[in-house]
Design a protein around this ligand. Structure first.
Ligand code: HEM
Length: 388
């Protein structure tokens, strides 16, 4: 039984065409790929499943295809109540007030990377800008020492491209290096703790559950999780935005002339080009959904990218509409207990990145073949741009 084939070659828009067909003809779809999985494509079903963490758990598999080669990485790999202390330790450090303090450093990172591209009239916006930018930002957020920032930038870049190019050996190797970094960081913070209100590792180390500290390996797993969870989505989304603005020069110019429109534009880009196509859950019991029989233990992808183009929720869903009436219903950052705690940092990165790109150029356009990414992301992995 195969309703769609996620392994067939894709373009930037072709997955959206598939999801449109599935929403219409077969909204709870099955594919035989990667051992078989279900895909929920309607907004209502995706939002309901993401909000029901008892029936749809994440501790077995959190993406399709399953990429975890190593240990469990909280908070994404845990279900409540085990999930809660990890989430509580990280969330305040990612709250809007705390994150606002990073605006200046993000601007400096963006300007530095873009100056290098401007000097040579353009380049690959993903490889040269949107991949390194979130890694460097993240390194600051993690209070990494300066020499480690460059190490993370290099290993993070390798991991990012290995995962998206389906290079299993390189994914394993770079994942191991990220684990080594996480382990070294935990050890260092044990010896030299920082204020838990400003440092994620120290906050995890200070957390107590019924008087007991969190297990070391789970803290390492959390650091390893956050070392990468926030770096891939901005990379591919900024690539998709660059393609869209090359194809819609009127919008590119309008935003450049009035940068105050950028935050609303970013929100709509997050809906239109939702970079995390979907995260996975596993059914804890047999379920009948829209006439399909989902068995206990079946993997299920919640296709956020499809939900965000559901025509029953979003009017003219394939179009970019600035200040869309119900943009707050977007599920680009998920729903329920695993909803992205990094959304304020992600939004700030995207807004500053787009502002800098627009103000450092008077025009840009795609100047070569665009390479799309693949499951579980959706968007652009490589976008050559010509600046003027
Ligand atoms: C455009 C950028 C981003 C997008 C679109 C995005 C999207 C998401 C989504 C959809 C989830 C929910 C996963 C699920 O349903 O299973 C999630 C979880 C998560 N995100 Fe983000 N994210 C972004 C950036 C970030 C950043 C910058 C951080 C920084 C630390 C971050 C940290 C996390 C963490 C820790 C989780 C797991 C939360 C949990 O399990 O409780 N994300 N993200």
């Amino acid at each position: 039984m195969e309703d769609f084939d996620p392994l067939k070659p894709e373009t930037l828009e072709s997955p959206h065409e598939d999801y449109k067909r599935l929403r219409r003809e077969c909204p709870v779809a099955h594919s035989d790929a990667w051992g078989g999985f279900w895909a929920l494509t309607k907004y209502e079903d995706v939002a309901a499943a993401a909000s029901d963490s008892e029936t749809f758990i994440t501790s077995v598999q959190n993406v399709v295809p399953k990429v975890a080669f190593t240990g469990r990485r909280p908070p994404l790999h845990l279900d409540p109540p085990e999930h809660t202390p990890y989430r509580r330790a990280l969330a305040p450090l990612l709250a809007p007030k705390r994150v606002a303090g990073f605006e200046q450093v993000i601007r400096e990172i963006c300007n530095d990377l873009l100056d290098q591209m401007v000097a040579k009239g353009g380049g690959d916006i993903c490889n040269e800008f949107s991949a390194p930018m979130p890694i460097r930002t993240f390194a600051h957020w993690m209070n990494l020492p300066p020499d480690q920032v460059e190490v993370l930038a290099e290993v993070g870049r390798r991991y990012n491209f290995a995962v998206q190019s389906d290079d299993e050996r390189e994914t394993k190797e770079s994942s191991k290096l990220l684990y080594d970094m996480a382990r070294a960081l935990v050890q260092d913070r044990k010896e030299n703790p920082l204020d838990p209100d400003i440092d994620a590792t120290s906050s995890l180390l200070a957390t107590r559950v019924e008087g007991e500290p969190l297990p070391d390996e789970m803290i390492v797993g959390t650091i390893r999780q956050v070392l990468v969870v926030g770096i891939i989505a901005p990379t591919v989304l900024i690539g998709s935005i660059a393609v869209h603005l090359s194809e819609h020069r009127d919008l590119q110019n309008r935003l450049r002339e009035d940068l105050s429109l950028v935050p609303a534009a970013v929100e709509e880009f997050l809906r239109l080009y939702t970079p995390y196509r979907g995260f996975a859950r596993t059914a804890t019991r047999d379920i009948c959904l829209r006439g399909r029989e989902i068995k206990k233990d079946d993997p299920i992808a919640l296709v956020y990218a499809s939900a965000n183009r559901d025509e029953e929720i979003f009017e003219k869903p394939d179009e970019f509409i600035l200040n869309r009436r119900n943009i707050k219903d977007s599920v680009a950052f998920g729903r329920g207990v695993h909803k992205c705690p990094g959304a304020p940092l992600a939004r700030l990165e995207l807004i500053v990145a787009l502002e800098c790109l627009l103000s450092k150029t008077s025009d840009f356009e795609v100047s070569g073949p665009v390479k799309p990414t693949r499951m579980p992301e959706i968007g652009a992995l490589s976008v050559p741009l010509k600046f003027s």
